[in-house]
Write a protein of this length. Structure first.
Length: 552
């Protein structure tokens, strides 16, 4: 059996199989995360990202591979979560751009598309690191381009691509010392290999492990979606009561489609409008009081598909917990500034709100918000200028991608920890110009030390430390500095390492697994050892991390 050309239907089947195989292996990919902390989420992020892309093509009725690629790219773009998910979205964005004008492609064009994806992904990453998903993608694409000079069978080509991806994955510990130290291969590279294995199985007519259905978008975001500071409102205050989503299959024989005109015309029907479009499809999200008007207008441009209308008044209570945009439907005067931040734990969320955050996205660690989550949050703020505080290194790329999607005046302050985010927010001054605020907030995140205490999920040797499963680790600015058998001992060890002569304030956020009494014991420890230090204690209620500590 051989395949000389690849059309849209065959490629769509490959995408679904790739997503399915990744989904079945997501836990195994999570387990490869280098740090032995209980927040390994590469597999989860890649799975949710790929699933978002797959759902865009699942019911697409076209044999045009360019249109299938565009739908995949759009779904991945908005669903991308975490660094691995964003890189995956960029790999297939470049791939899709390469084939966007084609109805079908041959082996050489398939190889060129893989290489185009690699080129775009490398451009998207500020400081590319070898020994990661980027390397696996690059080596596999290089193999494809070389082989396609003589090989015309796409199955043979994909077989070689998959073998090289696996070989490259096995080489990642030689390129990234931390992988070798821990004894694992790169988790993102493993996730990409799962996608390629699904592609190959589909081409060969084989089945991947069964998964009944792809999770719905509601399933995907149920644990990760954000809650806004403005979401606590009365049901009677909802002005536009129906969350309306529809996709339009554009028809050239109907009204000529112009995205700007389309968006402006729809805006008269409600608020919270989001339009994403390409040559064949337009996806609309809007809060409207009369959703029929939205559908009637959209129908002027083509056939309506995937219509979803929710009565937000009826479902107000549940929607508050799932989607802050659905709850934030009250029209308000546009503000000069807005702050969108990410936090895990009710106490930390409340603390961010108390010091000026406009919207707090519930997430972080194992609950990375998607690009679309962040876009929705920024739009819900209704401000001329918005600052985004990711507060997690694994969310920064998604935040940057959201800022590029919005295209307005959005600043991403690359806070990697909750203490950095709080320090940046405290440095914000609404009386200053945006650029001055950006400079001050960037400076602030450099001035604070960030500490965390959590438990180890496996025996390991990392950062020069021998750590046993179940031990509590002290992590300072991303580096494990030691461990102890109990969380209080680990916290005392961490504080002793963190605090220097120049520090004046220590803030302790204790989590679900700690107590007020234990936190006060830490305060007494600090008062005995550092007489000049001012100590603040807050109940962060965060999962996974017994303590999050800042010193400045």
């Amino acid at each position: 059996m051989s395949i000389r050309t690849l059309d849209g239907r065959t490629f769509a089947e490959m995408i679904l199989a790739g997503a399915q195989n990744l989904s079945q292996n997501a836990s195994a990919v999570d387990a490869l995360n280098v740090f032995p902390v209980p927040d390994g989420d590469t597999g989860t992020n890649m799975n949710l990202s790929m699933t978002s892309g797959a759902r865009e093509v699942e019911h697409l009725e076209t044999s045009d591979i360019g249109k299938v690629g565009s739908a995949l790219s759009k779904g991945l773009l908005m669903g991308a979560r975490g660094n691995s998910g964003v890189i995956l979205s960029q790999l297939f964005r470049g791939f899709s751009k390469s084939i966007e004008t084609k109805k079908e492609i041959n082996a050489k064009e398939f190889a060129a598309a893989l290489q185009a994806g690699v080129d775009m992904a490398y451009k998207a990453v500020m400081k590319p690191v070898e020994g990661t998903i980027l390397t696996v993608a690059k080596d596999a694409a290089k193999q494809a381009v070389a082989l396609a000079e003589k090989e015309t069978d796409i199955i043979a080509l994909m077989t070689s691509v998959t073998k090289e991806a696996e070989a490259s994955l096995n080489r990642t510990p030689e390129l990234l010392p931390v992988l070798k130290e821990v004894g694992v291969v790169d988790s993102g590279g493993k996730g990409l290999l799962c996608v390629y294995e699904g592609f190959l199985a589909s081409l060969k007519g084989e089945t991947v492990p069964e998964k009944t259905v792809l999770p719905s978008l509601d399933d995907m975001v149920s644990a990760e979606h954000h809650k806004s500071a403005q979401s606590m409102m009365n049901t009677d205050d909802i002005e536009f009561g129906f969350c309306t989503e529809v996709m339009v299959r554009l028809d050239q024989n109907k009204r000529e489609f112009d995205e700007g005109t389309f968006r402006n015309d729809l805006s008269q029907f409600g608020d919270s409008l989001l339009v994403i479009a390409d040559e064949s499809l337009a996806k609309v999200h809007i809060h409207a009081e009369e959703p029929g008007n939205v559908l009637n207008y959209a129908q002027n441009y083509g056939e309506l598909i995937k219509i979803k209308i929710e009565n937000m008044r009826e479902q107000h209570t549940s929607i508050i917990s799932q989607d802050s945009e659905h709850a934030h439907s009250e029209k308000a005067a546009k503000q000069p500034y807005g702050i969108v931040t990410v936090a895990m734990g009710e106490g930390i969320s409340d603390l961010f709100k108390s010091i000026g955050a406009s919207v707090v996205i519930e997430g972080g660690q194992t609950m990375n918000p998607s690009t679309e989550d962040i876009v929705d949050a920024v739009r819900s703020v209704n401000a001329d200028t918005v600052f985004i505080l990711p507060n997690n290194s694994n969310i920064i790329m998604a935040a940057n991608q959201a800022a590029s999607v919005i295209g307005d005046k959005v600043f991403v302050i690359p806070a990697k920890t909750v203490p950095q985010g709080m320090s940046a927010l405290l440095a914000f001054n609404p009386d200053q110009e945006p650029e001055a605020n950006e400079a001050n907030m960037l400076s602030a995140i450099q001035q604070v030390k960030s500490g965390q205490v959590t438990y180890s999920v496996r025996d390991t040797h990392i950062d020069g430390q021998d750590i046993k499963k179940g031990d509590f680790m002290g992590i300072l600015n991303g580096t494990i500095i030691g461990s102890a058998e109990d969380q209080l001992g680990a916290a005392k060890m961490l504080l002793s390492e963190m605090i220097g002569e120049e520090d004046e304030i220590v803030t302790i956020l204790y989590g679900e697994d700690a107590s007020q009494e234990e936190a006060e014991e830490l305060e007494a420890f600090l008062n005995d050892k550092y007489e000049e230090i001012e100590v603040e204690i807050h109940n962060g209620k965060q999962p996974l991390y017994s303590y999050i500590i800042s010193a400045e």
